[in-house]
Write a protein that binds this ligand. Structure first.
Ligand code: SAH
Length: 221
């Protein structure tokens, strides 16, 4: 479906450079992730006036004080989820829908939730236009998860949390992985919680700075 999009050769060239210089050269190794980021037209997920910055090495505003994350951070998070194509994924913070599109490329089924109806509807329209049919959109407080379609093999928060809510861990499948920026309102660590035969393990992918998730287990408005 995506091949049907008219995109300028310049978009494709910038996307290719993004994959080589920002992702491969900095150590992103998962070929499926690199391929997906080489395919998904990121310029369609940013405001039109930002089109020529869509493949640059920084986050961009997407309206309402929200941002689409820097490509490298998106790649790092997506790689850390170790997706094989069989997973059911919950994404908290749909935003532009860019990360959602990548998850849809790399997993079996995606449930995504945003507290902003406007952002959710725009993202849903973009994904429909791109031909993604495995994504379900919800509007509401994602810090409570989306219990009606749990359990999930992967849970990804794309906004920050003060701590990891038990209610999200409870929606994970037995060998599940949760990834979230956890810490203070202005700076966090990207924390991965994995469940496996040896029980619960936790590691950090490093420091980061995400917009806050506002909600019951997030931050106050
Ligand atoms: N993944 C997005 C970036 C998301 S920015 C992208 O690729 O563009 C964080 C998003 O979380 C914003 O869209 C914001 O509206 C949303 N958000 C904030 N609090 C939330 C909550 N409690 N539940 C769900 N979404 C929330």
């Amino acid at each position: 479906m995506q091949q049907e999009f008219t995109e300028s050769p310049e978009d494709a060239r910038r996307r290719d450079l993004m994959v080589q210089r920002q992702l491969r050269r900095r150590g992103i190794r998962d070929e499926r992730v690199l391929e997906a980021m080489g395919r998904v037209p990121r310029h369609r997920f940013v405001p039109p006036e930002r089109r020529f910055e869509a493949y640059d090495d920084f986050p961009l505003p997407i309206g309402g004080g929200q941002t689409i994350s820097q490509p490298y951070i998106v790649a790092l998070m997506t790689q850390a989820l170790r997706l094989t194509g069989a997973e059911r994924v919950l994404e908290i913070g749909t935003g532009s829908g860019y990360q959602t599109a990548l998850l849809a490329e790399l997993a079996r089924e995606v449930t995504t939730i945003d507290r902003s109806r406007a952002l959710s509807e725009t993202a849903a329209a973009r994904l429909r236009a791109l031909g993604h049919e495995t994504v379900t959109f919800h509007v509401g407080d994602g810090t409570l998860g989306v219990p009606e379609s749990a359990p999930y093999d992967r849970v990804l928060a794309t906004g920050s949390l003060p701590s990891i809510p038990d209610v999200l861990l409870a929606q994970l499948a037995p060998e599940g992985v949760l990834l979230a920026p956890v810490g203070g309102r202005w700076a966090q660590e990207l924390i991965r919680v994995s469940f496996g035969p040896r029980g619960r393990t936790e590691d950090s992918l490093g420091g980061c700075r995400f917009v806050p998730l506002i909600g019951a287990h997030g931050w106050r408005d």
